[in-house]
Every structure is written in C-alpha cells, then in structure tokens.
Design a protein around this ligand. Structure first.
Ligand code: ARG
Length: 474
C-alpha cells in the first residue's frame, strides 16, 4: 500500500490505492539507480528556486546541506527506498522531509516527475555510456594487441565459411576492431544529441514560476535546455537510439563470439583459450569450452529485445507523458549492465588467447585459395578477366580430379588448359606472394595492415579521455 504520508499525490483521492495498483505501479526497485542523478537535479533546481526568490538564502543553505547528507546516506546504503516509495522521486522526497520537515516540501515547486525522470535518465545514460565506451576500448585494445602480433600471420580468409583468399590474421582481427570504433563514434554522436535538459518543462507546459532552465542545464552539464516542454517530457528517442547502439554492439560481440567458437573447435584449432577464460564440463573431463564467446552470442538477443521493447512501447503513445514510458528504464539498465559484464570478460579472453600461427599458416593455401592469383596473373598478361576466370576454373577442376594442388600441375598440364599459361605462373602460387601483392590501402598485405594498425591505435587513444569524462560537474 502506498504510504499516504510520503506519496507525491493523494489530495483529491478519498482513500489509498489498492494493493494491486500499488504493486503494479511501483518502479523504485529498478529506478533507484537514478538517485544520484535525481539529487544532482535537485541541487540545481534548489539554486534556481533561490535565484527566483522562492527559497531564502538560509533555506537554500539548509536544502543543499540536506541534499548532500541524503546523497551520502544513499551512497553508504544508510538511506534506502522502502516498498512504500512508489519511485526514486518519492523516496528522495521522503529523505528530504525526514531531514528538513516542511521545508523539504518546497523543492517540488515548478518541477514534475515528468521532467525529472527524463532528466535523470539522460544523466544516468550519459554517465554510463562513458563506462560502456571504456569497456569497448578495452576490448578493442585486446584485439589490436593480438593483431599487432599477427601482422605477418597468414590465414585462410573466408566467404560463406569457405576458403576464399589468404589474408593476414592481423587484418582479420582488426576487422573486428573497426565495428567497435564505429560503435564508439555512435556513442559520442548520441551523447551530443542527448545533452539536452528537460528540467523546466514541468509536467508538460513549462512553469509559471520564474525558473531558469538554461542555468539548470549548465549546472547539470547539458549543452542547452529543451526547446519544447511537451517534446521534452514525451521524447524517448535518446533511449531508443542508445538501445540501437547497444544492440549493434551486441551484434558485433556476437559475430566475434561466433568466430571464437569456430576458431577454438578441434576442426579449426586456430586459437587456444587461456584456462582462466574457458570452462569445463561436469561429465566430460577433457572439455574446454568457449562459454564467454557463447554468452557474447547469446546476450545479443536480450540487447536486441530491449530495443524492440522500447520502440514498441513508444509507437502509439499520444503526447505528452504516458505511464507506459516507465517501461523505458529496465531495458536501459539491462543493456548497460549486460555490456559492463560481457565486455571485460571478452577483453580478457581475447588478450590471453594463444594464436596457433602454425595451424593458420598451414590452412592459408588450402582449398585453392590462390586461384584468384592465377586469374590476376593472366589479367596482367592482357587476358580479359572473364577468360582468365574460366581458365583458372579449369585448372581447379583438373586439380580436383587429380586430388592435387595448383602448384603440382605439370608444365604440360598448364599448356593444355591454356596457351596463356606458362611455368612462371608458379612464382605467384605462394601465400607470401599473394599477401605481399596486396599493397593498396585497407587491403590485407602486411604493409597496409601495419598502417591500419597505427591508425586504429591512434583512434583508440583519442577515446580514452572521453570515456573517463565526468558528466555531472559537482
Ligand atoms: N516512475 C515514473 C516513470 O518512470 C516517473 C514519472 C511519473 N509521472 C507521472 N505522471 N506519474 O516514468
């Protein structure tokens, strides 16, 4: 039952709410995470009320001292929400009333839970986005370090999970870093759009009191107050957009996870996981499983689910605030907490894994992966690619019948298949020459990969300072 003494509403009601309503309505069990941000907003709001003459200097001093005390009590766990507190705002007003008596009731002037919760959530998310970014950077660092050790390691590049062309394993690992760099860019772009302060919008219409939304915005580290009070309390684009980014991060981690599952299989055997980052079986003593990689793959489901939840919840909502919007928070908390759990485990798994250079090198030429080199060799001799493709295809067909490799074909075989072929083609039939021939920017040769590596390292360095930035200045 909602506690009538601390409830933020009730004056016009004959009695208290039914238990079933109270139980459905309560959000404090999850929105308590917003408490420090709500207190930061309260501090800014108290100063604005004082500037407007609605709190005298003495009252402001008491108010700020009580907010500091409440903040410390929340942080230490000495002040906790009770189940009678409908939400974080109710609980904190109770805390303020306990400290200040009637004066505590002055802070709500000109403010609604609608502009408050939108503000709190923006602050919480901007703060935690930096933590997520930091964890993404750590995973990217781990991949980049492994890439640096494998700039010259040949591997069988694949399309359709079939051997396609030789690549360097460093290039492959960096192909998992590039999406993460884009994710970091997305987080920063999102952050700039999210740095708008809803406070001052009240329930929906703004306030008749002489508030100063720009001052509040500045104090809370926002770039500007919201341009439209109705939009400010109805908008959850920043939630949907963030959940898209976390979903996409989830998809990137899932694709990496799937590859690690393949790489660690007996069939591939390209990578061995460190014991500390692998799991065993309760029945099969020999097993060493890549559970972290599988959880990365599996958890992408819940991240995508959170995005779908919020988009579906929002899609038919009339302006402005509707209680449906209380459902926006759990997917956000879950996405952040999922990534905060997953990313360090993945980073540890990647940084400690052993790359089996011997197995990768041996696998690189398998499956006629040098066939394109032959076609390109013919093109350099002036043969149209269409014909070069046909000729090379015939060579592969011949090898398949004979169960041999391209370089095993005799001079006569070459001549028989095409007049354009001669024994000098064998020079390009090595993985090393195929890799060394790839010198254009962004390609897989050791030269361009070393350049890419330097760019990636530089890019990651620029992220480190952003990721530890403080969102709410004190
Ligand atoms: N717990 C609510 C939420 O998360 C806070 C806003 C409630 N506003 C209201 N008008 N009932 O959305």
């Amino acid at each position: 039952m909602t506690n009538e003494k601390t409830s933020l509403w009730g004056g016009r009601f004959a009695g208290g709410p039914a238990d079933a309503l109270a139980r459905l309505s309560v959000s404090v069990q999850f929105d308590w995470r917003l408490a420090p941000y709500d207190i930061a907003g309260s501090r800014a709001h108290a100063r604005v009320l004082a500037a407007a003459g609605l709190l005298d200097p003495d009252e402001l001093g008491q108010m700020l001292a009580a907010l500091d005390d409440l903040e410390a009590a929340c942080a230490s766990g000495e002040f906790r929400p009770t189940i009678d507190d409908e939400d974080v705002h109710t609980a904190l007003e109770r805390g303020l009333l306990e400290r200040l008596g009637a004066l505590g009731g002055k802070l709500r002037a000109g403010r609604s839970r609608n502009d408050q919760v939108a503000t709190d959530l923006r602050l919480y998310m901007r703060d935690h986005a930096r933590g997520v970014a930091q964890a993404v950077v750590e995973l990217a660092d781990a991949l980049t370090e492994q890439a640096a050790n494998n700039v010259n390691t040949a591997a069988p590049g694949m399309t359709h999970v079939q051997h396609a062309q030789p690549v360097t394993f460093g290039h492959w690992l960096l192909a998992h870093v590039q999406p993460l760099l884009r994710d970091l860019d997305r987080l920063r772009d999102w952050d700039a759009r999210t740095a708008i302060s809803p406070l001052g919008s009240g329930a929906l219409a703004g306030s008749s009191l002489p508030l100063d939304p720009a001052a509040v915005a500045k104090e809370l580290g926002f770039t500007a107050p919201a341009p439209n009070s109705m939009d400010a309390v109805a908008d959850r684009d920043f939630v949907a957009e963030f959940l898209f980014i976390t979903s996409l991060i989830g998809v990137h981690l899932s694709r990496l996870g799937e590859e690690v599952v393949l790489w660690t299989s007996t069939e591939f055997g390209w990578v061995e996981l460190d014991d500390a980052f692998a799991t065993g079986s309760s029945i099969m003593p020999q097993k060493k499983n890549a559970d972290i990689a599988e959880l990365a793959r599996g958890k992408s489901g819940r991240l995508i689910g959170g995005l779908v939840t919020v988009l579906t919840m929002l899609k038919g909502l009339p302006l402005t605030y509707d209680r449906d919007m209380q459902e926006d928070k759990e997917p956000v908390f879950d996405a952040i907490e999922t990534l905060e759990l997953l990313l360090p485990a993945l980073a540890g798994m990647i940084s400690t894994m052993t790359v089996r250079v011997d197995r990768l090198t041996a696998a690189a030429p398998v499956g006629f992966s040098l066939a394109t080199e032959v076609a390109d060799w013919l093109v350099r001799k002036g043969v149209p690619f269409r014909d070069a493709h046909e000729i090379t295809g015939k060579l592969v067909a011949l090898c398949s019948v004979r169960e041999c490799e391209l370089e095993d074909l005799t001079d006569d075989d070459l001549k028989t298949v095409s007049e354009h072929l001669d024994p000098s083609v064998r020079q390009i039939l090595t993985v090393e020459s195929a890799l060394a021939a790839r010198t254009t920017p962004g390609s897989t040769g050791p030269g361009p990969v070393a350049e890419q590596l330097a760019q990636v390292q530089h890019h990651l360095d620029t992220w480190r300072s952003w990721a530890v930035e403080k969102v709410v200045p004190r």
